[in-house]
Design a protein. Structure first.
Length: 256
């Protein structure tokens, strides 16, 4: 079973995802509706199997739905940093990633889609849009999930590029599912194999921990989840821990 099939299981439809930075709570069923809507909009832009889509977004409900919409079409998700270090400009970082991936489309948060980035994309004949622009597209044709083979590429995960040129690591769907099985065993073994009921994470999705623990594991295991951007935690760590206690979070991981 692939990750899209896991998402569409009826038995997890009422599990919840809470996005505290947005003060928004959605059931998986509501996520699926948004995923399918985003998939139609991406398809209307010509996205299809094997295309690389660059996501330059902070953790949000939109980003989660966009990632699963990407896999719904069997396209390749490429989550990127939303800022860069002192050794390179943001445009140089994206250009280096594009040299490796040849993006079919870049989707950015509204506050990141600046005039300078728009000019960068135009000069290179790259299709790019903000989330608001994507949401405004009229796409009414229903589409079903594309077939996924284990060897199809699911993700290209880039190194930070903070101390040198970013390097891409290919993760196919077989590798993705194997890692998710390993994580499930890792988290349940210390509690006698008892199923985990809830996750929480604020690590960015371009980080492998953010992707596998914050985005994929909750759907794979069919559990509740809390996802916030790093800034939500950094501004008030106590608030984060109080919220985890109130919501009885069982698994939370942090970067150092």
């Amino acid at each position: 079973m692939d990750i899209v099939s896991k998402l569409l299981r009826k038995e997890i439809a009422e599990k919840t995802w809470y996005f505290p930075a947005e003060n928004r709570e959605l059931t998986v069923a509501a996520l699926v509706e948004r995923v399918q809507d985003y998939a139609k909009k991406l398809a209307s832009l010509g996205v299809e199997k094997g295309d690389c889509i660059g996501f330059i977004n902070n953790n949000s409900s939109d980003l989660i739905c966009l990632l699963y919409a990407c896999w719904y079409l069997n396209a390749v998700a490429v989550p990127l940093r939303t800022n860069t270090g002192k050794h390179q400009t943001f445009e140089d970082y994206v250009e280096r990633c594009d040299e490796i991936c040849d993006f079919r489309l870049l989707v950015l948060d509204d506050d990141i889609y600046t005039d300078s980035f728009e000019r960068w994309a135009f000069d290179r004949d790259k299709l790019a849009c903000s989330i608001s622009q994507l949401c405004a597209r009229d796409a009414t044709s229903d589409i079903g999930p594309a077939p996924i083979c284990p060897e199809d590429i699911a993700i290209v995960q880039f190194s930070s590029g903070s101390t040198g040129k970013p390097k891409g690591v290919i993760v196919d769907h077989r590798m993705m599912m194997a890692q998710l099985r390993n994580l499930e065993e890792l988290f349940t073994a210390p509690i006698g194999g008892t199923a985990v009921n809830s996750y929480a994470l604020w690590a960015p999705v371009n980080h492998d921990m953010g992707m596998f623990v914050g985005v994929l594991s909750p759907i794979y295991q069919g559990v509740n989840n809390i996802l916030a951007p790093p800034a939500f935690y950094m501004r008030n760590p106590v608030r984060w821990f109080v919220m985890m206690a109130e919501r009885k979070v069982e698994v939370a991981m942090f970067t150092n």
